[in-house]
Design a protein around this ligand. Structure first.
Ligand code: HEC
Ligand code: HEC
Length: 282
C-alpha cells in the first residue's frame, strides 16, 4: 500500500543517525523515498473528469506495472494460481502483468527469455493496435484471475487502451544481450534538455536527489537506467505506480528514447561525489 511520507529531512537524518553525518555526502545527495503527500492522493490514484488519451494510456501502463500500487488497493495474497509452478517467482509479485509479459511486453521472446523471471509465457505485443474493446475480455479470461474488486471495468479499459496504443518495441534502443541502452540510439542533447527541465525537479540534475536503494546499495535514476533500461522506459512513459511522479507520455517515443540515452550516462553510485563540483555529469 501507499506510503504517506511527510517526514521532514531533519527527522530522516535523525533516523539515519551518525552514519549520515559521518558520510556527509549521503545526506546531501539523497532524500528518503517520498512517494506522495496527502494532497497528491488524487493525482496519484484518482482519475481526471475528462480524460485525455495520454493520461489514460499512462494510467493503464501503471496498472500493467503494479495494479495495487497504482490503484491503492490491498496487495493480493499468496502466489497467482496461474503463475507456472516451474517458474522461480512467488508471492504477490506474480499478479503483476509485467511478471509474466515483461517490461518490454515481449514475454518469453524478450528480456525474460532467460533468468529468474522466465515463465515461457508469450508477450502482449500481439494485441498492440487492436481495438481496446477487443482486448478487454482477454483480461478477464481464465489466465487472468482479476476480480472487479481488484481491477474495475473502467480500469480494465485503461489497461486495454495502454495495450492497444501505448506499447513500444524496445529492440531499437536496448541491446537484448547486455540489457543496456544502445549508445547513439537517441539524441543525448535533447535527452539532457528534457531531463533538466522535468525530471531534475525531483531527481536532481545528476539524478542523485532521490535514492530508493537501501544501506550501501544506492539506486538512482542513473543506476536503474544502466541496469534495467526496459523497466525504466516503462516508468518514464507512465510514471512509477504510487509515486507523485510525472510521465513523458505527452512526449514522442523518440523523445523518451532520447531521455533513456541521457539518463544512462548519469552517475550510478556515490564514488565520484566528493570531487564533484558540478552536479551535471552529462
Ligand atoms: C501469471 C502469469 C500472467 C499474468 C500475471 C498476466 N498474464 Fe496475461 N497471459 C498469461 C497467459 C498464460 C496468457 C496466454 C498466453 C498464450 O496464449 O500462449 C496470457 C495472455 C494475455 C494476453 C493475450 C496476448 C495475445 O497475444 O493473445 C494479454 C493481452 C494479456 N495476457 C494481458 C495481461 C495483462 C494486462 C495482465 C495484468 C493485468 C496480465 N496479462 C497478467 C499469463 C499472465
Ligand atoms: C514530481 C517529482 C518527480 C519527477 C518530476 C520525476 N520523478 Fe521519477 N520518481 C519520483 C518519485 C517520488 C519516485 C519514487 C522513488 C521511490 O521509489 O521511493 C520516482 C521514481 C523513479 C524511478 C524509479 C522507479 C523504480 O523502479 O523504483 C525512475 C527510473 C524515475 N523516477 C525516473 C524519472 C525520470 C527519467 C523523470 C523525468 C522524465 C522523472 N523520474 C521525473 C518523483 C519524480
Amino acid at each position: 500500500m501507499t506510503r504517506f511520507n511527510c517526514i521532514p529531512q531533519v527527522a530522516a537524518l535523525a533516523t539515519f543517525g551518525a552514519l549520515a553525518f559521518a558520510q556527509g555526502a549521503l545526506a546531501q545527495v539523497s532524500a528518503p523515498p517520498q512517494e506522495h503527500g496527502p494532497n497528491q492522493q488524487y493525482f496519484v490514484h484518482g482519475a481526471p473528469q475528462v480524460q485525455s488519451e495520454g493520461w489514460t494510456i499512462a494510467a493503464g501502463g501503471r496498472i500493467y506495472d503494479n495494479w495495487w500500487e497504482a490503484l491503492d488497493r490491498e496487495d493480493p495474497e499468496g502466489t497467482n494460481p496461474v503463475y507456472p509452478a516451474s517458474a522461480e517467482q512467488s508471492g504477490p509479485g506474480t499478479y503483476r502483468c509485467k511478471e509474466c509479459h515483461g517490461w518490454d511486453y515481449q514475454g518469453a521472446d524478450g528480456i525474460y527469455s532467460k533468468g529468474s523471471h522466465f515463465t515461457g509465457i508469450k508477450g502482449v505485443m500481439g494485441v498492440s493496435g487492436m481495438p481496446a474493446e477487443q482486448i478487454m475480455p482477454m483480461l478477464r479470461d481464465a489466465n487472468h484471475p482479476y476480480t472487479k474488486d481488484m481491477i474495475t471495468d473502467d480500469e480494465i479499459l485503461r489497461l486495454a487502451t495502454f495495450l492497444s496504443k501505448g506499447l513500444v518495441d524496445m529492440r531499437g534502443f536496448i541491446d537484448y544481450d547486455t540489457r543496456s541502452v544502445i549508445r547513439g540510439s537517441g539524441d543525448l542533447d535533447r535527452g539532457r534538455e528534457i531531463f533538466q527541465t522535468t525530471c531534475a525537479a525531483c531527481h536532481g540534475f545528476d539524478g542523485r536527489a532521490l535514492d530508493w536503494g537501501s544501506g550501501d546499495e544506492h539506486n538512482f535514476v542513473g543506476t536503474e537506467a544502466v541496469e534495467l533500461p526496459d523497466e525504466v522506459m516503462n516508468k518514464i512513459s507512465n510514471a512509477h505506480p504510487g509515486a507523485a511522479m510525472i510521465n513523458l507520455r505527452a512526449f514522442s517515443v523518440e523523445d523518451r528514447i532520447n531521455v533513456m540515452n541521457y539518463i544512462a550516462t548519469l552517475p550510478t553510485g556515490l564514488e565520484d561525489y566528493e570531487d564533484d563540483d558540478d552536479d551535471d555529469k552529462g
